[in-house]
Design a protein around this ligand. Structure first.
Ligand code: CTP
Ligand code: MG
Length: 370
């Protein structure tokens, strides 16, 4: 990108009402500032200026230093316009983009479109067609209905020729909510390029809630054990007295073990071997249910809840159909989440076809708690 970029992030976030600057508010795994910087870093602006609240300069500096970009952090002012002015004082390029940190999910294409359009215009904004009907009011009475085909909702980044913006800011006699408004008042023409629905500004607690929808993660697990020649089969936490126990340490419950791996991988916590191996001897020989309970505890501690689990049992025996409902009930109770069970044979192929063992494949879907 040929322009410098001023990221205005000095606002108090009063409407969010969280008592911290809006740019430091967390959305999912990162702060608003970090989300914004993730996009910006990839754009490689030739100069990046972050305008931060005066009393938070160090935190902003520290966060910026974790990104692969060299940024100058400068204190903002009481109004957005003053913050932009403070940032602009450091700009050394002919063109600049001014972007709200609060629009932290603005896609890179919008920045690129604004930057590119600065070749033909001194003032460029991204805009989206208005989909609601807009009415002009006086008090609570409608004066008239505006023709929405002539309207756009304007976003950031807004792009400017630096010299013109500097002059307009120096000569401003009023406070504008965006720089394009200021440029218009100074007699400049503003061009509109296509904005993005993703460039929504985080302003109210409701916006935050919408962005904070739980992120989801999926995991997969497989396990197979062969029948021994004694004992009783334990599969899916149920006993099947007509078949012998499966071999392997513990009760050999390949369904429980596949589900454990699915849950652990979904949460990014490793697998059954790395969690219940030699360094946790208390789990030696533990039942499938004990593994499941401990896995559930770990997954929950990592901030996830189980949305659902699906298991497929692969093998000629046991016949799952008659006990499917019982299996689903038992596993769903153990996980406190819906578990569905399918079964299949292998058409005479492989080690499972002559009833020598039982395999299971499981997938788990987790939701990050907000
Ligand atoms: N901004 C700024 N300096 C100010 C005011 C606002 O840099 N004095 C920045 C904000 O950090 C934000 C953008 O301008 O990225 C848009 O402002 P707004 O959404 O109003 O954010 P806040 O001012 O933080 O929120 P509020 O008005 O609710 O306090
Ligand atoms: Mg504000």
């Amino acid at each position: 990108m040929k322009s410098a970029l001023i990221l205005v992030a000095a606002g108090k976030g009063e409407r969010l009402g969280l008592g911290i600057p809006k740019a430091l508010v967390q959305i999912s795994e990162a702060t608003i500032l970090e989300h914004a910087l993730s996009v910006i870093t990839n754009l490689k602006p030739i100069q990046l200026i972050i305008v931060a609240p005066e009393d938070h300069l160090e935190v902003f500096q520290e966060i910026a230093s974790r990104f692969d970009v060299s940024a100058q952090v400068v204190a903002g002012g009481a109004t957005r316009q003053q913050s932009v002015k403070n940032g602009l004082a450091l700009v050394t390029t002919p063109t600049v983009l001014v972007h709200d940190a609060a629009r932290c999910f603005t896609p890179a294409v919008v920045f690129e479109a604004v930057d590119a359009a600065l070749i033909q215009a001194k003032s460029v904004v991204p805009g989206l067609p208005v989909t609601d009907t807009i009415k002009q009011l006086e008090g609570d009475t409608v004066l008239k209905t505006l023709d929405r085909s002539t309207l756009v909702a304007v976003q950031t980044p807004q792009g400017f020729e630096v010299a013109s913006l500097r002059k307009a800011l120096d000569e401003a006699t009023a406070d504008f909510t965006d720089e394009a408004g200021l440029m218009e008042s100074a007699g400049h023409t503003t061009k509109v390029v296509r904005g993005s629905a993703k460039a929504l500004k985080v302003t109210t607690p409701e916006d935050l809630q919408q962005f904070n929808r739980p992120s989801q993660r999926v995991g997969i697990g497989t396990d197979a054990h062969q029948f021994s020649d004694s004992g009783e089969l334990v599969l899916g936490l149920l006993t099947w007295p007509e078949l012998p126990k499966l071999e392997g340490h513990s009760d050999g419950d390949s369904v429980a073990h596949a589900v454990v791996d699915a849950l652990l991988t979904a949460a990014g916590l490793g697998d059954i071997g790395s969690n219940f191996g030699v360094d946790r001897p208390e789990f030696k020989g533990a039942s499938g249910e004990v593994f499941l309970n401990e896995t559930l505890r770990m997954v929950s501690e990592a901030g996830f809840s189980v949305s659902n689990v699906s298991v497929q049992i692969v093998g000629d025996k046991p016949k799952v159909g008659p006990r499917r409902a019982e299996l689903e009930k038992r596993l769903s109770e153990a996980l406190n989440a819906p578990v569905s069970v399918a079964a299949t044979t292998t058409d005479g192929l492989g080690f499972l076809s002559d009833a020598r063992g039982v395999a299971a494949v499981a997938t788990a879907l987790l939701a990050r708690r907000s």
